[in-house]
Design a protein around this ligand. Structure first.
Ligand SMILES: *[C@@H]1O[C@H](CO)[C@@H](O)[C@H](O)[C@H]1NC(C)=O
Length: 360
């Protein structure tokens, strides 16, 4: 080789070798986790709401948390987002935005804006009096102002760009408007699939609004097998000779919603510049836990741990309820919400299937 060629060759090959090592080609690590949606992500925001019945700020909720404090997580212990932030090395628990003790520094590694009883449909909020998604977005705007004040414009947008936005919502919309209330406006207005289209349209614009604010990485949960939640088993059993079996139609609706949600996620990723969106399948894992208890160390998957496990939820799951001695043997904590053990399973699945897609 001629000297000039050789120099060029060495320069070129070392440059390409370096580019493999330099972080410029790898995607930056997750800076923070911001959660928006319903009770599956609420770590205490509803404590500050005067009118909602969807509260879990009392025993035996939170009995397996550090110090056994009922923080208003709708479970006996941690939520999957708590496991997520600790796996990511950000912190031990994902705090609630409306917690008075929250500091500006706490915001920088993430926070939950979610509210138990929330939904995509305004009529869901009329029932639950929870914090709507548009109000959660306003809380996020306020959080952004606080973060900018703390670390400046540039660092703040970097944090937001590299954060994972975890969204879980939709179950309350289906339950309040189509399933558990006998007569509703939505049942008259919509077919089940028409109603789901309405919900997904609202979810799509919510994600666009987050993207406008700099959000780029999204984990979007699908619907669980709603027909297998203990409350739905109980209500379903009234029409089914008291047999506690999953309500098939509700599970079919969840599957249809999830199929369309995956289509929406693909379209959003294609249209929102720089975005990465991942569908988080909770349907199949929860159904697998429901059907194969022993695989997960569960002994009971058809009823919650709190009280009889068939109807208790919120204020009805209280100090006087007889609680099972070992919630880790239960898929569900109360009549609607997974136990900490189930949330751990879901967090492990998110770590293996969702996060690699968002950070690749
Ligand atoms: C922004 O981030 C850089 C790098 O981490 C840091 O050195 C700097 O102090 C931060 N700016 C502010 C205002 O906190």
């Amino acid at each position: 080789m001629e000297l000039k060629t050789r120099v060029l060759f060495v320069l070129f090959s070392s440059a390409s070798f370096l580019s493999l090592l330099l972080p410029t080609t790898a995607s930056p690590p997750v800076s923070a986790v911001f959660a928006l949606g319903d009770s599956t992500l609420d770590s205490g925001n509803n404590n500050r709401l005067p009118f909602t019945l969807f509260k879990s700020d009392h025993r035996p909720y939170g009995r397996d948390l550090p110090n056994h404090v009922p923080t208003e997580r709708f479970s006996n212990g941690k939520l999957s987002t708590d496991f997520m932030v600790s796996k990511l090395g950000l912190k031990d628990l994902l705090p609630a935005y409306r917690d008075r003790r929250l500091t500006d520094r706490d915001l920088l590694t993430g926070v939950s804006f979610a509210s138990g009883g929330s939904g995509l449909d305004d009529l869901t909020l009329a029932v639950s009096k929870a914090t709507s998604l548009s109000r959660q977005l306003e809380d996020f705007d306020e959080a952004l102002r606080r973060m900018r004040r703390t670390v400046g414009e540039k660092n703040c947008s970097e944090i937001v760009n590299n954060a994972v936005f975890v969204i879980s919502v939709g179950t309350n919309d289906m339950v309040f408007n189509l399933y558990d209330v006998p007569v509703t406006r939505r049942k008259i207005e919509f077919s089940p699939s028409g109603y789901q289209d309405f919900l997904l349209k609202r979810l799509g614009s919510f994600i666009q609004n987050l993207h406008k604010r700099g959000a780029r990485r999204f984990q979007v949960a699908g619907l669980p097998p709603i027909g297998c939640l203990p409350m739905q088993l109980t209500i379903g059993s009234i029409f089914n000779g008291l047999r506690r079996v999953c309500v098939e139609q509700q599970n079919k609706d969840s599957q249809a919603y999830n199929t369309n949600l995956q289509g929406l996620i693909q379209r959003l990723q294609a249209s929102l510049p720089g975005s990465r969106l991942a569908y988080f399948d909770t349907y199949n894992p929860i159904l697998d836990m429901f059907n194969n208890p022993s695989k997960y160390g569960f002994v009971q998957t058809h009823a919650g741990c709190c009280g009889t496990g068939m109807v208790e939820l919120g204020p009805m799951c209280g100090k006087l309820s007889l609680t099972c001695p070992d919630p880790s043997k239960f898929l569900f904590w109360d009549a609607m919400h997974p136990s900490q053990a189930a949330y751990k399973v879901l967090a492990d699945i998110s770590e293996k299937t969702v996060l690699p897609h968002l950070t690749a």
